[in-house]
Ligand binder design. Structure first.
Ligand code: CP
Ligand code: NVA
Length: 313
């Protein structure tokens, strides 16, 4: 299992290139197989996943829940009002109790330290299902999508990211650097990714041969890109800043003019949910929905692969 077995995935800092390669291989296999229709038991008793969500979700929740159904396991959704993580009960106590019932936890949290604390106090693996710092499982689906549309990872493949230097970009920085994918990001002043992520990506890129750039000019980042990626300007928890950000981020909108700087056959990526007319135009979104929806579909295959690798058999 390439070292995935019983491991937590709190951050991509701790995930190796070999682990990512193995995960993508299993995901490709699962995507081709029709295991959803077969009564095969992928494990010797039905495994259970607890999904702790402090924030809303469509893709993450559904793809985890469907993954567990396909694998003949069971997923338990625990929303913000069910648990009261850190208010009704302390995070270490929640981690300890859950560890006595279920096989694995996925947690979507505001503060990254909450998912770190869960992993520290749980005796079972914990998957970061998005924190304010990172969205590692999104990056797995993104890599699979890139590989499907643009060919093998590495080989000078260039991904451009325009917009907020947020959790999604942090995950992409580490994932691309580990897999030898060139990444050029353009962010407005004051909204650059955390310097620690940029430094780590540069260190990893020196090993993999990838080129990592963090720029201010969106046109420059997008130039000759094979894929162009954007994400919302105001992430969950930043709703109050939405208007102010919309003004500041306007030059970073993924529209036909900006996209014209990429390769003619470049694909468009978006982790979703999208705000059409803000970070991406309705036109670009419609024209490129094949790759964007494949990316959403790939959440299922990569997370199913991840679950199998961590708690399989
Ligand atoms: N991309 C993603 O994580 O989507 P959800 O917030 O809907 O889970
Ligand atoms: N950056 C976004 C990603 C949503 C999947 C957020 O944190 O809300």
């Amino acid at each position: 299992s390439a070292g995935w077995r019983k491991r937590s995935v709190v951050t991509l800092w701790d995930v190796t290139t070999e682990q990512i390669r193995a995960l993508l291989e299993v995901a490709v296999f699962l995507k081709k197989s029709d295991l959803a229709r077969k009564p095969t038991l992928y494990w010797n008793y039905p495994r259970t996943l607890a999904m702790l969500f402090e924030k809303p979700s469509l893709r993450t929740r559904v793809s985890f829940e469907v993954s567990m159904a396909h694998l003949r396991g069971h997923a338990i959704y625990l929303g913000p009002n069910d648990v009261g993580l850190g208010t009704r009960e302390a995070v270490p106590d929640v981690a300890a109790s859950l560890s006595r019932w279920v096989d694995i936890i996925a947690a979507r949290v505001y503060q990254h330290s909450t998912v770190e604390q869960l992993a520290e106090h749980a005796t079972i693996p914990v998957i970061n299902a998005l924190s304010d710092r990172e969205h590692p499982i999104q990056a797995f689906a993104d890599l699979l999508t890139l590989q499907e549309f643009c060919g093998p990872l590495g080989n000078g493949l260039k991904l451009a990211y325009v917009g907020d230097g947020n959790n999604v970009l942090h995950a992409l920085l580490l994932a691309c650097a580990k897999m030898g994918v060139n990444l050029s990001a353009a962010c407005p002043n004051g909204y650059f990714p955390d310097e620690a992520y940029v430094q780590e990506a540069r260190r990893l890129a020196a090993i993999s041969g990838a080129q990592i750039e963090v720029l201010s000019q969106p046109e420059e980042a997008v130039r000759c890109a094979d894929a162009v990626y954007t994400d919302v300007w105001a992430s969950m928890g930043q709703e109050a800043e939405r208007e102010q950000r919309a003004k500041l981020f306007a030059p970073y909108q993924l529209n036909a003019t900006l996209l014209a700087n990429a390769k003619p056959n470049a694909i468009v990526m978006h982790c979703l949910p999208a705000h059409r007319g803000e970070e991406i135009t309705d036109e670009v979104m419609e024209r490129h929905k094949a790759s964007i929806l494949e990316q959403a579909e790939n959440r299922l295959h990569t997370q199913k692969a991840l679950l199998l690798l961590i708690i399989g058999l």
